[in-house]
Design a protein around this ligand. Structure first.
Ligand code: NAD
Length: 417
């Protein structure tokens, strides 16, 4: 039997996918995943064990955000999660959707709920096509702390005192900062960088780099932002104790003087444009990771070619993995779609995430691994083939690329063939 006959007989018999959490979102990314589920997933897979949560603003509003808490609890229990991009409503969107309140970022709630360690963002490569980077680029973005967890107030002239009160009340309070504000208007901001899980982040990062033959770098602005020294020190300690020898043996430190290299974040922004050969990884703080990975997305041709996977930890020490694309809800194409205009959304980032979540669910339920792997490999290959044969989306192919719907149909036909 040839491969396609075998696939056909497989396709007529649905297989039961192991449990995972499926979080649906909003706008163009939601619409594209809806038609993908209808045409690529439902004909082949029994998804009744998937736990499905609608995190649209409307659903969060109707359930008073119960749906978010349930989604976080489900992800914690199942350990494998796929998530579509969601909206954190702006003041205008609160009015537009008639929401009861400005709901906070669901991503923040998930990072906290799953004890988020890192958001791993990697370039996706289509065999046979050169995108921006020749070899993979890996990013490890610290999932907690920094500006995202900041509190702030707009104030006038006066004094500000920031004091730390140790948990142990026998210890004396420590003044972190005292300053005089001279302007009529100032923004005063307070945030912290939790450092306890940087060791876990280091292990995830160095192991990934080693497996993929990638040179690791740690990126901070510690020369000026002195408080970032702790992140670098923790990364270096883990590296020197447990990875240095292995990286030296693999020849991955030959151009780094045999040591782990620290890059200042502004230098990193330049290297990302220059190092188009790829084959490097960067670990950094939360905000730097947000910015630098968008730059990587541009060099690599499209936000559709970057993954975004949150790695967290359950109480028993096992890893919780959430798989996402790095882009947002692609609001501009959604508005074109609503106006009846043609769109061309590249679904690869979301599909790689969906297949990644399915593979991880299968790793947690090994009895179904063979069937799941067969499907995820075929599906990934079918999407690659679309791009390779000139049937890709317009972000890569230009004006001759397929529309969102035609691309989904092309791959669906290939899956059925
Ligand atoms: P976006 O990533 O949705 O889009 C940025 C630009 O890139 C747009 O011009 C868009 O058309 C293009 N683009 C992005 N992905 C594409 C793809 N796969 N194929 C073709 N073109 C693509 O970011 P935005 O416009 O700044 O944000 C839109 C909404 O998404 C906002 O409400 C924001 O809050 C939300 N958002 C959510 C997440 C998340 O849930 N993880 C992340 C980022 C933004």
């Amino acid at each position: 039997q040839n491969g396609s006959r075998a696939w056909r007989s497989f396709a007529t018999k649905k297989f039961a996918a192991p449990p995972m959490t499926y979080i649906s979102g909003e706008e163009m990314s939601w619409y594209t995943m809806k038609i993908i589920r209808e045409q690529w997933v439902e004909p082949f897979i029994d998804t009744s064990k998937w736990e499905y949560f609608d995190l649209s603003c409307k659903s969060r509003d109707e359930t008073n955000d119960k749906v978010l808490h349930e989604a976080v609890a489900s992800g914690k229990r199942l350990g494998a999660i796929f998530k579509e991009p969601t909206i954190t409503p702006t003041t205008e969107q609160v009015k537009e959707f008639g929401l009861k309140k400005p709901f906070g970022s669901p991503n923040g709630a998930m990072r906290r709920g799953w004890n988020g360690i890192t958001i791993s963002r990697d370039t996706i490569h289509i065999p046979g096509i050169k995108l921006g980077f020749e070899r993979p680029v890996f990013f490890e973005r610290h999932a907690v702390g920094g500006e995202y967890g900041a509190s702030w107030k707009g104030v006038g002239k006066g004094k500000v005192l920031t004091t730390y009160w140790p948990e142990d009340e026998k210890e004396k309070p420590v003044i972190i900062d005292g300053r005089v504000l001279h302007d009529d208007e100032s923004a005063v901001v307070v945030y912290d960088n939790p450092l306890d899980n940087v060791g876990d982040l280091a292990h995830i990062f160095f192991q990934r780099c080693l497996e993929a033959n990638i040179v690791p770098y740690v990126v901070t602005k510690k020369t000026v932002f002195k408080w970032q020294e702790g992140f670098w020190q923790k990364m270096k300690k883990v590296f020197d104790a447990e990875y240095k020898e292995k990286f030296l043996k693999a020849g991955l430190l030959d151009k780094c003087g045999g040591e782990l290299i620290h890059l200042i974040s502004d230098a990193a922004t330049m290297q990302i444009i220059r190092w188009t050969g790829g084959g490097f990884g960067m670990a950094c703080h939360n905000y730097d990771g947000d910015m630098l990975t968008d730059e990587v997305a541009q060099v690599h041709r499209s936000p559709g070619f970057i993954t975004s996977n949150l790695v967290g930890k359950s109480e028993d020490g096992s890893l919780i993995k959430e798989f996402e694309a790095s882009h947002g809800t692609v609001a501009d194409l959604w508005h074109m779609h609503l106006r009846g205009e043609e769109t061309s959304m590249n679904p690869l980032g979301m599909v790689v995430a969906l297949l990644g979540a399915m593979d991880h669910a299968a790793a947690l339920h090994p009895e179904s691994q063979a069937e799941v792997t067969k499907f995820t490999l075929s599906c990934r290959e079918a999407v690659y083939e679309a791009f390779r044969t000139g049937n890709g989306t317009r972000d890569l192919m230009g004006p001759n690329g397929l529309t969102t719907e035609k691309f989904v149909e092309w791959v669906a036909k290939n899956l059925e063939a």
